[in-house]
Design a protein around this ligand. Structure first.
Ligand SMILES: C[S@@+](CC[C@H](N)C(=O)[O-])C[C@H]1O[C@@H](n2cnc3c(N)ncnc32)[C@H](O)[C@@H]1O
Length: 276
């Protein structure tokens, strides 16, 4: 049967929007039909389904399709040391101050809560490893999570194609040279950092499957996909996982100003618990 893949009906688009929201918390604007169509077109063709309506039925009746759908509808744009101001704070203020308080009592525990393909978590790894080389008693542990299994698998591999490390090479050449090694047309991250990074699949609207607490949580460039009401829900899920003196960092075009939370701003994009 020949399919006209340019025909995503309005009603089917509404159904897909609802499914995206139900599965990820992401709210797709009502004028973004072409975005959804563009993301799903190849998949519908690959499954040889005659229409988007058939795809919706397939998605609802095949549990295994859910993850493929989530992988397709999430936007995974990221880069090493994205938003430099935030990294200056982590490098020059947060890590030294944390070490000043805790010394070698326990490892610094960090969560990159929408890790995408891992550039953020690995940037954290580079900073922590560089600090550790100056202060050998400093130790760290980094958890990266994302709702997309495709992204989590990429993070776990710790492999980055050449074009994805161009900015790192240009902006932080010392880390590129020291902490990555050329392999198969790209680079892999050195084992001394890789062993301290862990990646698991996790939906921000669910409870994290561990009881650990974090000194620093990065929740960057994901809240923009949620309504204020859903942003509040995601923040409420994450808040108990932050230590009382912990810090939360959000993305460049995000703010907690319009939602009621237990956080107070300590610098642009940087928050601490109100009671701390
Ligand atoms: C634009 S990327 C941001 C990556 C990185 N934090 C940064 O700032 O560069 C957004 C990521 O959020 C993930 N995401 C979207 N909804 C999510 C949810 N409900 N739970 C966990 N991750 C989610 C997406 O899969 C995507 O990889």
């Amino acid at each position: 049967m020949k399919m006209n893949h340019d025909e995503l009906s309005d009603s089917c688009f509404q159904e897909l929007r609802a499914l995206i929201h139900e599965m990820t918390g992401i709210t797709i604007a009502s004028n973004r039909k072409s975005l959804v169509q563009g993301r799903l077109r190849k998949r519908v063709l690959a499954l040889a389904l005659p229409s988007y309506e058939d795809y919706v039925l397939h998605l609802k009746t095949n549990h295994s399709e859910k993850q493929a759908f989530i992988d397709l509808v999430t936007t995974n744009e990221t880069s090493f040391f994205r938003t430099p101001r935030v990294w200056d704070y982590i490098e020059k203020v947060f890590i030294p101050e944390w070490f000043g308080r805790h010394r070698d009592q326990r490892p610094l525990n960090i969560w990159s809560a929408a890790a995408s393909s891992g550039e953020e978590a690995h940037s954290l790894g580079f900073l922590c490893q560089a600090f550790r080389e100056l202060h050998p008693s400093f130790s760290y542990s980094i958890l990266g999570t994302d709702i997309s299994q495709e992204m989590v698998t990429a993070c776990q591999a710790g492999f980055f194609e050449v074009k994805r490390v161009e900015d790192l090479k240009k902006n932080r050449p010392e880390y590129f040279l020291k902490y990555t090694r050329a392999e198969r047309g790209g680079v892999v991250v050195r084992p001394e950092i890789k062993t301290r990074l862990k990646f698991v699949r996790h939906n921000l609207f669910m409870a994290l499957p561990t009881t650990e607490k974090f000194d620093l949580i990065l929740l960057r460039n994901v809240l923009i996909y949620f309504t204020p009401e859903d942003q509040k829900k995601a923040i409420e899920k994450l808040e108990p996982r932050l230590t009382s003196e912990g810090v939360l960092i959000i993305g460049e075009s995000e703010s907690l100003a319009s939602i009621e939370t237990d956080f107070k701003s300590i610098a642009t994009l940087i928050y601490a618990k109100s009671a701390a």
